[in-house]
Structure formats: structure tokens, C-alpha cells
Design a protein around this ligand. Structure first.
Ligand code: NAI
Length: 330
């Protein structure tokens, strides 16, 4: 199969080439998928897309017209592809539903511990020979209440780790998993209760019409003034301007963000030369109690291997069967 790999980065090129082992012809493209770049897939059977590729209806139409039959996502989330339009056009869409949930859950914990214990500040200070502890005080995570919004694969691993820290765990999910809850001593509660009672809140739900801006100004107002909000899910789960307001008015303790509403075109790029023209982001990263990474939670050796292996295996199965209904995302 001829595969157009959009938004290729050095790291996934290596993993994909290893997983592919010469089976398919991979056309590595640096461009992100959009209506302006879809033409680059001409002659390819497959468009292999990453988290910030943009598969709206128009883009999918172009992909279809240039010969693409399969969209193989290198991500778990699929909010960036118009699934209904894909179905109408007869395009099969597959994703990587299960890659190391540890990668994301562990990153959420890393962000929390870094912000809480001010490791990022201490690191810089030490290099300037400043060995003072002023301003570096954190809090014990042990004994704190942790609210997990979304207890699927990643949320459950996060819960297990926080259980290990000795935290009280509150959970919110439209489909509670009572067996998991029993194992980690978690209690399912309403979202309002979770937001009100938690010292640490971590978002692990997918982005959808129902979950967009689930954390808006009202939700933020319902949190403790000291609460730490962690988002490794998708940027638009949080209404960024509302978060900025909450940070400005000191009505939230801090935020650990691996994703950002308008990250497309910014994250994964080196903009240290040209700078950014997103004023909301520029303001957000000035808060001393905000720690941001650029969508790197998935970025472990194991996860990249899982992603590449699953994407290539889906493409091979599609080549043999001409259909992948068993793994379609809809
Ligand atoms: P999952 O599908 O295993 O779990 C999602 C959970 O959210 C499910 O338990 C589901 O019932 C719940 N849920 C969905 N809609 C809901 C709603 N409206 N209200 C309440 N609960 C709802 O997904 P997984 O693997 O745990 O991933 C979660 C999200 O993490 C992904 O959708 C993706 O957006 C994000 N992610 C981020 C990565 C990163 O690098 N930052 C990497 C991988 C995933």
C-alpha cells in the first residue's frame, strides 16, 4: 500500500520504518493534513495522520478524490477527524485505541510533582548557583483528594498511581467501572462534587460536543482556591480564557497542561525564532503556577512503538481484507 504519512517527525519516522520493515511504501510528509495539503496524498491508498492533523469534511473529500481509502490515525483521540463525513465518503478510519496508557498517566503525575515541588524552578536555580529554598515549598500529595474526570484506560492508571501515593480518590465517568473503583478505593461522584472536594483534578475524557469546555468559568468557580488542575486530555476540555481569569484572580492553585485549545500549528514546532502570535497562550505561560508541555504525554519509547506497530498492522489488515469494520472508530 502507498501511505502518505502527514505531520512526520523524526521520532515517528524511525518507529514507523521499524514497524513497517518494508511492507508498505511510506511517503513521509512534514506538512500537517488540511484542505491545503490533502493533495499531497495523491496516489496513496492511506493517509496516516497525527493528533494535530485536520480531517474536516472538505479535507476528507480531497483525500477521497486523490485515491485515499483508509485514514490510519497515529493517535487515540479522533476529535480531529469528521467521522460522519468519512463514513458518508466510504473512508475507513482507524485509530490506535490502546497504546501505553502509562505514558500519559505517568506524565500527568510528572507534571503534578514538578509544579507542586517546583522542580523546574529548582533546576534553573541550581545552574545559576542559587541554592536558596525560598519560594520552592510544595505540599504532601499523600492524604490529598484527587478527582479523576474520565476513568478509561489512562484515568485508571492515573488512579492506581495516586492510590499508591495514599490519596483519597473521587471519580467521574459516564460509565463507571466499579471493579476498578474497588481496587483503588475510589468513589464515583457527580462532577460538581468532584470539583468541589478535590485538591488535584485530572482530566482524562475524550473531547466531544458533550465535553468541550467541561471546565468553564462555572466549573472553575466550583473548585477549591488551592486546586491543581491537570489536563493531558485535549485542550478544548478547558475554556482557556476562563482558566486565565481564574489564574489572574488567584481562584485556582495552579494548572499542569500538556494540551491547549489552539495548539494546532504551535505545538510540535520550534517557534523560538519567529515567536508566537497567540496572546492567550502567551499570557497563560507567564503564570508562575502554570506548567506546560507541548502534547508530549504520549512520548515514550513504548508508546511510540505501540502506535507505529498498530498503525502498520491496521494498514496490512486493510490491504488483505479491504475493510476494517472491526476496528473502525465509529
Ligand atoms: P478511554 O476511551 O479509555 O477513556 C475515556 C473515558 O472517558 C471512558 O471511561 C468514557 O466513559 C469517559 N467519557 C467519555 N465521554 C464522557 C462524558 N461525556 N462524560 C463522562 N465521561 C466520559 O480513553 P483513554 O485512552 O483513557 O484516553 C483519554 C483521552 O486522553 C483521549 O481521548 C485523548 O484525548 C487523550 N490522550 C492524550 C494524549 C497526550 O499525549 N496528551 C495521548 C493519548 C490520549
Amino acid at each position: 500500500m502507498n501511505v502518505a504519512v502527514f505531520d512526520t517527525h523524526k521520532f515517528d519516522r524511525v518507529a514507523l520504518e521499524q514497524a513497517n520493515a518494508g511492507k508498505h511504501q511510506l511517503r513521509f510528509l512534514e506538512a500537517r493534513l488540511s484542505e491545503h495539503t490533502a493533495e499531497l496524498a495523491r496516489g496513496c491508498d492511506v493517509a496516516c495522520c497525527f493528533a494535530n492533523d485536520h480531517g474536516d469534511a472538505k479535507t476528507l473529500q480531497i483525500l477521497k478524490s486523490v485515491g485515499v481509502r483508509l485514514i490510519a490515525l497515529r493517535s487515540a483521540g479522533f476529535n480531529h477527524v469528521d467521522i460522519k463525513s468519512a463514513a458518508t465518503l466510504g473512508l475507513t478510519v482507524v485509530r490506535v485505541p490502546e497504546y501505553s496508557p502509562y505514558s500519559v498517566a505517568e506524565h500527568a503525575v510528572a507534571l503534578l510533582m514538578c509544579l507542586n515541588r517546583k522542580i523546574h524552578k529548582a533546576y534553573n536555580r541550581i545552574h545559576e548557583l542559587n541554592f536558596s529554598l525560598d519560594g520552592l515549598m510544595g505540599f504532601d500529595v499523600h492524604g490529598k483528594t484527587v478527582g479523576i474526570v474520565g476513568t478509561g484506560r489512562i484515568g485508571q492508571v492515573f488512579g492506581k498511581i495516586m492510590n499508591g501515593f495514599g490519596c483519597r480518590i473521587l471519580a467521574f465517568d459516564k460509565t463507571p467501572d466499579l471493579q476498578w473503583a474497588k481496587k483503588v478505593d475510589a468513589e464515583y461522584v457527580s462532577l460538581e462534587f468532584l470539583l468541589r472536594d478535590s485538591d488535584i483534578i485530572s482530566l482524562h475524557i475524550p473531547l466531544s460536543a458533550q465535553t468541550k469546555h467541561i471546565i468553564d468559568s462555572a466549573a472553575l468557580a466550583g473548585m477549591k482556591k488551592t486546586a491543581i488542575l491537570i489536563n493531558t486530555g485535549r485542550g478544548a476540555l478547558i475554556e482557556t480564557t476562563a482558566l486565565t481569569q481564574a489564574l489572574k484572580s488567584h481562584s485556582i492553585g495552579g494548572a499542569c497542561l500538556d494540551v491547549y485549545e489552539e495548539e494546532e500549528g504551535i505545538f510540535f514546532s520550534d517557534l523560538s525564532g519567529p515567536g508566537i502570535d497567540d496572546d492567550v497562550l502567551a499570557r497563560l505561560i507567564t503564570f508562575p503556577n502554570v506548567l506546560m508541555t507541548s502534547h508530549q504525554a504520549f512520548f515514550t519509547f513504548e508508546a511510540l512503538k505501540n502506535i507505529a506497530d498498530t498503525a502498520i498492522s491496521s494498514i496490512s489488515t486493510f490491504e488483505i481484507n479491504g475493510d476494517l469494520s472491526a476496528v473502525k472508530v465509529i
